[in-house]
Design a protein around this ligand. Structure first.
Ligand SMILES: [Zn+2]
Ligand SMILES: [Zn+2]
Length: 348
């Protein structure tokens, strides 16, 4: 049997390079030759530094990487929806297939013990090859690159779902708190969905200037004390119709709520932590709708891939660092430093 290089994350901010067997696709599965594999904030938060997760976020020592994109090189028995040579992005969770969440296309919300996410409980994209369920593979439309596809698998999918939950349209001005990769994705997709003004809050100067240089935001604020003036100026004192927190930071979450307009929508996708805020002042009296949103559905992921092709937009514009699999140590160190755009492992 042939072997391949792969990466695991044992904790303690270390990367372990291992040699493992190339897997064989079983019924309903395909073997992908990996072309791009993103590093997500969750990999850093819950796996790389220390294994924090429970349940859906428990890391079980598998090949890491939950933003996989590759080419189909072998079909398992019974696979009729894909062909060898297809480029596919992978919805990174396989659910039980029959619970309420799975039935509506959200395996992310499946609570069955058989649910498994690539890079958490089943082997992920940080290897030369990966096994995937054919039903989790979404073909890349014309013009959408493998790096684009990898980014859609978690980060951009999460941003898109949050924007849909917030109902962003041309009627809205959008505030994004936290301009890490998901925040940058939110700003980029928010513009395409019509947001007339995009305002960003990001304390890290490098990330703030990346957002500005890529023209993803109209205004970016690095000092939270300046946000009230920036939002006030841009909205005539009204606030933003939609705000989305992509940071997980308590102050940033409160800032997002504070600067949401009356009858506006506030969406939280940044993970972890807790929040304490004045419920009457920020939520009840302003009649704000507060949404939590977690990753996306298979249907919305397919829709986003299609839209990217139609828009001619490339998520890979937010990639600041590309590394080979052999350089995964450096890739994780850069991602963990929190000053970069998106970090991706590629085989180009
Ligand atoms: Zn992720
Ligand atoms: Zn399920």
């Amino acid at each position: 049997m042939s072997t391949m290089q792969a990466v695991r994350l044992p904790g303690g901010s270390t990367v372990e390079h291992v040699t493992v067997d190339v897997p064989t696709p079983g019924p309903g599965q395909v073997l992908l030759r990996m072309r791009a594999s993103g590093i997500c904030g969750s990999d850093i938060r819950a796996i790389y530094r220390e294994h924090l997760g429970h349940g859906a976020e428990a890391y079980q020592g598998v090949v890491a990487g939950h933003e996989p994109c590759g080419d189909v090189v072998e079909l398992g028995p019974g696979v009729r929806t894909l062909e060898v040579g297809d480029g596919v992005a992978v919805y990174h969770i396989t659910g039980c297939g029959s619970c309420d969440e799975c039935r509506i296309g959200y395996p992310i919300g499946c609570t069955s013990p058989t649910r498994a996410a690539h890079g958490w409980q089943r082997d992920g994209g940080h290897a030369e090859y990966m096994l995937a369920e054919a039903v989790s593979c979404l073909r890349l439309p014309e013009g959408v690159t493998h790096v684009d596809g990898a980014l859609v698998s978690c980060g951009f999918g999460t941003a898109y779902e949050g924007l849909l939950r917030g109902g962003v349209s041309g009627r809205d001005r959008l505030l994004v708190t936290g301009l890490g990769p998901v925040g940058l994705a939110t700003a980029m997709l928010g513009r395409h969905l019509g947001a007339s003004t995009v305002i960003g809050l990001e304390p890290n100067a490098e990330r703030a200037s990346l957002a500005r240089d890529l023209d993803l935001v109209d205004v970016v604020v690095t000092d939270p004390a300046d946000l009230a003036d920036a939002v006030g100026d841009a909205t005539g004192g009204r606030g933003c119709e939609v705000s989305m927190d992509c940071s997980g930071n308590a102050q940033a979450r409160v800032a997002a709520l504070t600067h949401t307009a009356a009858r506006g929508r506030c969406v939280m996708v940044g993970e972890g932590g807790r929040i304490d805020f004045a419920v009457s002042e920020l939520l009840i009296h302003k009649q704000v709708a507060l949404h939590g949103s977690w990753v996306t559905s298979l249907g919305h992921m397919a829709e986003l891939l299609d839209l990217l092709g139609r828009w001619g937009e490339h998520p890979e514009r937010i990639v600041s660092h590309r590394f080979s699999l052999a350089e995964a140590d450096e890739a994780y160190a850069v991602a963990a430093a929190g000053a970069s755009g998106k970090v991706v492992i590629t085989w180009d």
